[in-house]
Ligand binder design. Structure first.
Ligand code: SAM
Length: 224
């Protein structure tokens, strides 16, 4: 009961602050419990609006940024979504919940142990059936399942990786934190019906780096 109250007060905060805008994202954040995705030593902080360590120098993002990016992605039932940076699987689970059985989430993580942990977290909630987890360098995207309705990168990238243009469908949306190791802006990329690309910058954010061929070449541990 205490944890339910804490969760609902987090949800109310996210609504009042404008991070949650739609009923469907609110429902996803209520039903996909963040406590399932945090390490046991951080359980008491699961409903606080802050990133938490998940091991290997990586973090589960703050609920506000997860809610905000999910809203920007304008997810529809049945969408095929590519996610780069599976981490704990929390964002993956929210996307899985929103696309429902007919959709598919392909999520790439470079650290095998995190991908395995994410699978267990997703399986426990029954949200693994429409999810394909891949271990590898997501800075190259994932050719095999292209094209995608939506693409989300949950690690900081210095450039817009080339795969986005090649693997995003017409009328698709991609969201990524674009900038330096120290600070990024959320970039929202829209591809119109003719394949023209438009990029718009949104709020400032701080993410752990995307490490890979089209990402950063080295890591900075324990960035949020
Ligand atoms: N969305 C995740 C969650 O809900 O827990 C948090 C993602 S965490 C901020 C960023 C993740 O991106 C880390 O787990 C990191 O290992 C992963 N990552 C970094 N570079 C990557 C790459 N080139 N390909 C795939 N994953 C990468």
């Amino acid at each position: 009961m205490e944890s339910f109250n804490k969760k609902m007060s987090l949800i109310n905060y996210l609504k009042n602050s404008g991070f949650i805008k739609t009923k469907k994202v609110e429902e996803a954040l209520i039903n996909v419990d963040r406590a399932n995705f945090v390490l046991s030593q951080y359980l008491s902080e699961a409903y606080e609006d802050k990133p938490l360590p998940i091991g290997y120098g990586q973090t589960i993002s703050a609920p506000s940024i997860v809610a905000y990016m999910t809203e920007l992605l304008e997810v529809n039932e049945g969408n095929k979504i590519l996610e780069i940076g599976t981490g704990s699987g929390y964002q993956t689970a929210i996307l899985s919940y929103l696309v429902k059985e007919k959709g598919l989430i392909v999520s790439i993580e470079r650290i095998k142990e995190l991908s395995e942990m994410a699978y267990k977290n997703l399986e426990r909630l029954g949200l693994h059936k429409n999810v394909k987890l891949i271990v590898g360098d997501g800075s190259l995207g994932y050719e095999e399942e292209k094209p995608y309705d939506r693409i989300i990168i949950t690690a900081a990238t210095p450039v817009v990786p080339k795969f986005i243009n090649m693997q995003l469908k017409n009328n698709g949306i991609a969201i990524l934190p674009l900038g330096t190791l120290e600070e990024q802006k959320l970039a929202i990329i829209r591809k119109d019906e003719f394949g023209n690309i438009e990029l718009r910058y949104d709020i400032s954010v701080i993410f752990v780096p995307l490490i890979g061929y089209e990402g950063f070449k080295f890591g900075k541990e324990e960035t949020n």
